[in-house]
Design a protein around this ligand. Structure first.
Ligand code: CTP
Length: 413
């Protein structure tokens, strides 16, 4: 008996890109994947249930309160009958509803009721995509474990240009196939980083002078938290080693809270082995040579007190050292205000890491929502556009997944 075909539940929401969903169904069919479709009311303004049904060879579901639909398949069963739920196009509206956990129609009810992995292919106007509300919703969905493919950049149906075009059907098909384990009788959906272990450091470190005073810096931890969430959304087993920040730990990530650089190093070494180490923390380069056990009395002293400093261990350089426990891919960050790429390349060599994400911090990066980075690898420098930090995280997680998938897992070793 031949193995059953993997099944995708495809939710087609309202947007000009809905026509590409028809091509996606055709490509999936060719790749041996069966598709069952939910068409939202707005989606039906762009493609007809008839064309979608003809390509899926199945009933197209659209109404939560339809007796005929419910008789054919109840909405809970519908949401669980597939190996993977795909939303293409995913509009700003459906992303907002899913992020909020609303169940206002069949599509959003299925998203709330499903126990299967969800992949979204966003499509919307560039301003809607860049709106803080959509950013928030995407970050929430990622933290909830939803995977994303695209959007792409380019000219849009609305006449504008920018990020927001739905990924091409071929790219969505490939992302779907990567999530469906090939050849297994009961195909288990997997993320691109499933079975991989990652350690991420984030935030500042805090180096005490005495019980009430310390040396630290302005790092918010946002970028590191977003990278940990993006790797987890790709299925990685992530340990986030975080300095003191005001952020909620990402869902599905093991978060260890530390204060000093030495504690951060110890927690990272403890978390080994790993396939990838991403060093995003703004580790204090120096710490007070001694921590006074009692609060220093400064008033009435004859001279200003002197705090002598000693160098902290370099966590990135330590984990990048060759040896059996070195993660296969070691990624550092470099905060620079000038000659960004030149300094980053030098830092990459000095620290012994594989990649450096060079951060241009000459603007409002520290504590801000955006980041301007260049990826410095052995092959050269890739300059990325100025992007929201969660978008930098998703791109980096995708690049890491590609690189790591070319090597064996630490479990295989
Ligand atoms: N890093 C680390 N441990 C340290 C210092 C830095 O792991 N004690 C890591 C950071 O997490 C980051 C990279 O090293 O990945 C940054 O290197 P660093 O030399 O500190 O760069 P900058 O802070 O940019 O400092 P500078 O340019 O002054 O050397």
């Amino acid at each position: 008996m031949s193995a059953p075909r993997p099944r995708v539940l495809l939710i087609v929401a309202g947007g000009v890109a809905a026509y590409k969903a028809l091509e996606l169904v055709r490509l999936l069919d060719k790749a041996g994947v069966a598709t069952r479709a939910i068409l939202t009311k707005a989606g039906a303004e762009f493609v007809t249930p008839l064309s979608l049904g003809a390509l899926t060879h199945d009933t197209v579901y659209s109404d939560l309160f339809s007796l005929t639909d419910e008789a054919a398949m109840g909405h809970i069963e519908l949401s669980r009958s597939a190996d993977l739920v795909v939303v293409a196009p995913a509009t700003a509206d459906i992303m907002a509803k899913a992020a909020a956990g609303l169940a206002t129609d069949l599509a959003t009810t299925a998203l709330l009721a499903t126990d299967k992995p969800v992949l979204m292919a966003p499509a919307m106007n560039v301003r809607m995509w860049e709106h803080p509300a959509t950013r928030r919703n995407r970050a929430q969905l990622e933290a909830d474990g939803v995977g994303f493919i695209g959007p792409d950049s380019g000219p849009m149906a609305c006449g504008e240009f920018g990020d927001g075009r739905m990924a091409e059907p071929e790219a969505i098909r490939d992302a779907i196939l990567a999530r469906l384990k090939p050849g297994s009788a009961a195909p288990a959906p997997v993320g691109l980083m499933a079975g991989r272990r990652a350690i991420v450091t984030a935030g500042p470190t805090l180096e005490p002078i005495d019980p009430v005073r310390f040396i630290s810096n302005r790092s918010s931890g946002q970028q590191g938290y977003a990278i940990a969430a993006a790797l987890a959304a790709e299925g990685a087993d992530v340990t986030l080693v975080s300095g003191p920040v005001a952020l909620r730990p990402p869902a599905g990530v093991r978060t260890l809270h530390v204060e000093t650089a030495r504690d951060m190093l110890a927690a990272c070494l403890e978390a080994l082995p790993a396939d990838v180490f991403v060093s995003v923390a703004a580790v204090a380069d120096w710490r007070p040579a001694e921590t006074a056990p009692q609060k220093l009395k400064l008033k009435g002293a004859d001279a200003a007190p002197t705090v002598s400093l000693v160098e902290n261990p370099d966590i990135l350089a330590t984990l990048a050292q060759p040896g059996p426990l070195r993660p296969g891919l070691v990624v550092g960050f470099a905060a620079e205000t000038q000659s960004v790429e030149m300094h980053a390349a030098a830092k990459r060599a000095r620290k012994g890491c594989d990649w450096i994400v060079a951060n241009d911090v000459s603007g409002d990066v520290m504590g801000g929502a955006h980041n301007q980075v260049s990826l410095v690898t052995a092959e050269g420098v890739e300059r990325w556009p100025r992007l929201p930090k969660d978008e930098v995280a998703t791109r980096l997680a995708q690049r890491i997944a590609e690189a790591v998938n070319q090597s064996a897992t630490v479990a295989d070793a």
